[in-house]
Design a binder for this molecule. Sequence first.
Ligand SMILES: NC(=O)c1ccc[n+]([C@@H]2O[C@H](COP(=O)([O-])OP(=O)(O)OC[C@H]3O[C@@H](n4cnc5c(N)ncnc54)[C@H](OP(=O)(O)O)[C@@H]3O)[C@@H](O)[C@H]2O)c1
Length: 265
Amino acid sequence: MKEIKNVVITGASSGIGLETARFLTQRGYRVFGLARTIIEGEEFESLKCDMTDYARVKQCFDEIEARAGSIDCLINNAGMGISGAMEYTSEEEIAKIFNLNLLAVINASKTILPYLRRSGGGKIINLSSVGAVIPLPFQACYSSSKAGLQTFSLALRLEVKDFGIDVSCILPGDTKTSFTSRREKSAVEVDEVYGDRIKRSVEKMEQDEQNGKPPITVSKVIYKIMKKKHSPACKTVGFSYKMIVLLTKILPTRLMLYIVKKMYG
Ligand SMILES: NC(=O)c1ccc[n+]([C@@H]2O[C@H](COP(=O)([O-])OP(=O)(O)OC[C@H]3O[C@@H](n4cnc5c(N)ncnc54)[C@H](OP(=O)(O)O)[C@@H]3O)[C@@H](O)[C@H]2O)c1
């Protein structure tokens, strides 16, 4: 297996990305953190990059390769959430979440391939979500962007395996980060059409996230995947979420949806 030395992580200014950048730096990796915010006072190297600006992404990869000699691993972590009833979600909001959560990851993954090949192989690790397999009401765009990302990861994995490039997808469950406070909420939370269903559903999800695992739990899973000779195609974080994902596979869809509606509908 090719040894990973130089790692690029997107969305490294907060939450899972920041924790992972620190964790990997402490373990001797040379880490380059990309985000729209420059990160000061950290041991890893920070580059300002909006992942939806494709020219800038390529420029950053060039700069990192020039500085470090090679790029061995890309962790596509930058992401966002929106919530609200689908019919009240604007075209701009829909475009924004798919641009970041799916299209920007597809772009970064395709752009990094020649860099990884030049380095003799490597890994791409994409942050999907348990919300990709549990269809979340009032977060339909989030769930579907992450489901798209999961399928993309699996298909790309098949395309590039022969070049010594492993593509993996991670499905974290609720994790306590700023993701909750940064979620873009719909202006309509209570009205005569939906009653208070939107508000109750979003509040329940926010509560679950704030009672969730610390981000280091996800960092450890990322680290394990980086060390593995044969990376798993998909990895769910945490035993209880593994059981939930398993249930979604074995339960009839109607029953699975009934349970999700009881919880979040
Ligand atoms: N927290 C959870 O419960 C949870 C559960 C499952 C999956 N996830 C996934 O895990 C990933 C990390 O989430 P988190 O919880 O750590 O969230 P977070 O604390 O809100 O961090 C999100 C990161 O993405 C970056 N980002 C946002 N827009 C960007 C853009 N256009 N270009 C570059 N970077 C951008 C942010 O940095 P800047 O604002 O500085 O650009 C920030 O560093 C996401 O993909 C999320 O969907 C989270």
